[in-house]
Design a protein around this ligand. Sequence first.
Ligand code: COA
Length: 177
Amino acid sequence: MRCRKARLCDAGEIHALMQPHVLQGLLLPRSLSYLCENIRDFTVIEDASGRVVASGALHFFDEDMAELQSLAVLSNCQGVGLGRTLVRALLREARRHRVWKVFSLTHAPDFFLRQGFVLTDIAQLPRKFMRDCITCPKLRHCHQTAVICDVFTARPSRPAQPGQEAEALSRPALASA
Ligand SMILES: CC(C)(COP(=O)(O)OP(=O)(O)OC[C@H]1O[C@@H](n2cnc3c(N)ncnc32)[C@H](O)[C@@H]1OP(=O)(O)O)[C@@H](O)C(=O)NCCC(=O)NCCS
């Protein structure tokens, strides 16, 4: 298995991978054109034959906050750590960009709690609410839970193996002037 940034040619496979979860109401639908336009947000895991078996996106939200979106693992590859690997890769990416907070709206909050996220309330994310939720057809019957993680202090419930998490978790020094 190899975890890497997505390429434009992965968009079709990511779309197909997400589709069963979209039909179950677990993920928001994303059109193929949306995926092409936003492919640089995505990280994928491919198996030995190069097939994309998991994908997820880090979508920058404002100067220091990003949203983890569209996390999907192929049904018959779930439960072997691919979701955890993706979240760690996306949090590493957030750290590289000096993003301080990563949030997600999810039907699987317990999974995120195991990765170092904590529960929050959409009221704590007013810009997300005003930008996306307010126009969402599911606004009145949304069953998603908001979770958030402080990128530089979050500790997953199962720590990475030595060498797995190369980057230091310390906060970057604030630029002085
Ligand atoms: C949720 C999902 C991404 C998890 O991926 P996965 O590869 O199966 O998860 P992992 O094997 O990496 O599991 C990591 C840990 O989380 C736990 N876990 C996995 N899915 C879980 C869930 N739905 N609820 C609670 N815990 C979960 C695992 O037991 C494991 O625990 P451990 O640390 O004790 O070993 C995957 O099941 C999926 O694609 N679901 C459908 C789409 C979806 O709901 N996406 C999330 C919303 S954005």
